[in-house]
Design a protein around this ligand. Sequence first.
Ligand SMILES: *Cc1c(COP(=O)(O)O)cnc(C)c1O
Length: 429
Amino acid sequence: MANRSKRLFKRAQRLLPGGVSSPVRAFGAVGGIPLFIQRARGAHIEDVDGHVYIDYVMSWGPMIHGHAPKELTQSIHATTKNGTSFGAPTTNEVELASLVCRLVPSIDRVRFVNSGTEATMSALRVARAVTGRNQVIKFAGCYHGHADSFLVQAGSGATTLGVPTSPGVSSATAAETLIASYNDLASVKDKFAKHERTIAAIIVEPIAGNMGVIPPAHGFLEGLRTLARRYGSLLIFDEVISGFRIGKGGAQEHYGVNPDLTCLGKIIGGGLPVGAYGGRAELMDQVSPSGPVYQAGTLSGNPLAMAAGVWALKNLSVNMYRRLEKLGIKLASGLSEAARAAGVPLQVNSIGSVLTPFFTDEPVTDYMSATASETDSYATFFQAMLAEGIYPPPSQFEGWFLSAAHTEKDIDLTVRAARKAMQAVHAKR
Ligand SMILES: *Cc1c(COP(=O)(O)O)cnc(C)c1O
C-alpha cells in the first residue's frame, strides 16, 4: 500500500498547486496518486513506502549515467565544502564550456542558465535581436519549456492535459508564434510564403520527445536548414533532450545538420539545474556583456551544478552509447512482442536510449498521429507496470529513458512485466 505517499499527497495538495512542482508528476493522465520518492540509485528508485522500481523516467532525461553515481555525488560533496554560490566566475564553468564547445558541432560559445526554459527563451531573444524580426515557427506537439512564446500547442504536460494555448499568454505573443506540423516541410514553406520577411527563427526538437518520441523523417532537418537560410531566419535546435543523449554531439552530429543556435538542458547538469544556449561566435557575441542582448542569472553557472555537469559530460563514452542503443533495441522489441502476443495495437518509436510505446495501429510521425493513441490503454498499462515494480513515465506523451545503470536483466524483468500488463490492457479494451 502507498500509505505514506497518499498522506503526503493530501498534504501537498493543500500547499502546492495540484500537489506538485511540475504538472505531469501528479499522475493526472494515468490516475492514482503520485509516488513520493525517497531515494534512487543506479536504475532504481524507492518510494517513501519502501517500494523499489526499475525507473524509466530518470528525472525526465538527465540521469544518463544512472542515479547517484558515486563519483558524481563525491564531486558535488567536495565542491560544497568550498561554498555553494559566489556570483562570480569559477574554474568549472570554463571547464564545462570547453566540453560543450568541443562536443557540440555548431557551438563556439555558450551561456549557462538554470533550466531548458531559460535556454529557449534566451535563444529566441538572440534570434529576434540579430534578425530584427518577431515571429517564430514552432511545431505542434514540440515542447520548449514554459516561456510565453512556446506555450502554443506545446507538448509534454500541455499535451497530456490538452491545453492548446495556456491562459495567461497574451494574444499578441501567441500571434507571433506560428505553428507548423512536425515532419511536414510543406507546412513550414506555407508559413514562409505568408510571412516572408517577419520570421526570426524556426525552433525544433530535432528528435521530438515531448509528444512521445518521434524521430525526424529523412530530409526534414536538412529541409528546415535550407528554408531558414533562404528566408534569412535562424534555425534553433532545442536539444534539451537529444543533446548528449543520442551521442556526444547530440542530434546535430547524428544527422549532420548544424543549427544556428542550440539549446541544452537535462543531461548537461548531471541532475542539477543547468541549461545552456550556444552557437557561432558572432551570434553569441550579441549576448550581454559582449553585446546588447540582455540575459543574466544570480545562480547561473552555479558551482555545484557546474561540477555535476563536468562530471556528466566527461564520462560520456562511445562504448556507453553503443551499450545504451543495444538496450534500447532490446526494450523496444520486447514491448512490441508483448503487445503482439496480447493482441494489443502498439507502435514503438525508438532511437538510441529513448523510446515511446504508442497504443495505436498507425505509424506515429507527428502530433496528429501521436494524439490518436489510446491514452486509456496507456493508463491501464502504466498502472499494471507499476504494480509489477516498473516505473514508466505517467503519460503516453513522454519518452522512456535508459541509463548506463540499466542492465539486460532490468530489460528482461521489464518485458516480463509488460507481457502481464498488455494482458490487462487487452482485457480492458
Ligand atoms: C525539458 C525540456 C525543456 C524545458 O526544460 P526545463 O529545464 O524543464 O525548463 C525544453 N525543451 C525540451 C525539448 C525539453 O524536453
